[in-house]
Design a protein around this ligand. Structure first.
Ligand code: SF4
Length: 265
């Protein structure tokens, strides 16, 4: 039900990444209005992310009496992957793994955009604080006035500034030991280096990748062939990772993600 009020509701999104955590802390610390801190839980995050968010929430509660509201998608990753198409050209076929060559992440729509849109429907007037830094001003959507970018417009913080801010406050997400970005555990837009780090440091997650890939490809009604990475199977990648791990600098994996991955919302 809509909250009928002339008052504007201020919502801060937190992804668990360095930028959004810094943004929330700075907003609260400097007395900016924050009615809700919202985390879009895809239900498919790294375990470390959940532990970290509990720690951040405990700190926000202690220091500012603020909780984190956790939004959830209407369907889980499995339901999305193994969904049988009921309309369109591919009716009766299984959706399968998200296509890494697609320009946008369809899963983000289900897992993040839709739950946030549903949550904000209850408010007549609202604004959303987004944790985009001065390092990536092109990601700020200035055409939609619902979005506010305090790290750019108020605090003037770059990604490096945010990282240093959290390190100096002993609040850095442990996932940054292995990744430059944070996001869904099975993100299909990751860089080669991120895949390598998952293979090396998160073997159970890598096993999940292999299992999903082989399950989907074994289905007679899957649409085409499926990979987590464009045209490279997990076993193709694994061969390179093993060689790299044993021969060191012979292989230097790119750290460029395919898209806006890991995403920031
Ligand atoms: S982290 Fe990757 S898979 Fe997850 S929603 Fe963002 S782009 Fe999509």
């Amino acid at each position: 039900m809509k909250q009928k009020t002339n008052r504007t509701t201020y919502i801060a999104t937190i992804s668990g990444g360095k930028d959004s955590v810094t943004m929330c802390d700075l907003l609260l610390k400097h007395g900016h209005r924050v009615d809700y801190i919202v985390f879009n839980d895809t239900l498919d995050e790294f375990e470390e992310m959940y532990t970290y968010l509990d720690k951040v929430e405990a700190y926000f509660k202690r220091k500012y009496n603020k909780e984190i509201t956790r939004l959830k998608p209407s369907k889980r990753y499995d339901a999305y992957i193994f969904n049988i198409k009921k309309s369109g050209d591919n009716i009766g076929l299984v959706s399968g793994l998200p296509n890494p060559s697609q320009g946008f992440c369809e899963w983000r729509g289900y897992a993040k955009r839709d739950p946030l849109a549903k949550f904000t429907k209850q408010f007549d007037n609202y604004r959303v604080y987004m944790g985009i830094t001065t390092s990536e001003p092109h990601r700020a959507n200035r055409e939609d006035e619902k979005f506010i970018y305090p790290l750019i417009d108020t605090f003037r913080m770059s990604e490096e500034d945010c990282q240093q801010y959290l390190i100096s406050n002993d609040m850095e997400n442990p996932l940054y030991r292995h990744f430059n970005r944070t996001g869904c555990r099975k993100c299909h837009y990751q860089s080669d280096r991120d895949y390598f780090n998952i293979w090396k440091h998160y073997p159970s997650v890598w096993d999940e990748f292999k299992s999903y890939e082989s399950k989907v490809n074994a289905l007679p009604n899957a649409i085409g062939k499926h990979w987590f990475k464009n045209y490279r199977s997990c076993s193709d990648m694994e061969k390179e990772f093993i060689a790299s791990d044993t021969q060191g600098s012979l292989f230097d994996f790119s750290d460029e993600p395919l898209k806006d991955c890991f995403c920031k919302v």
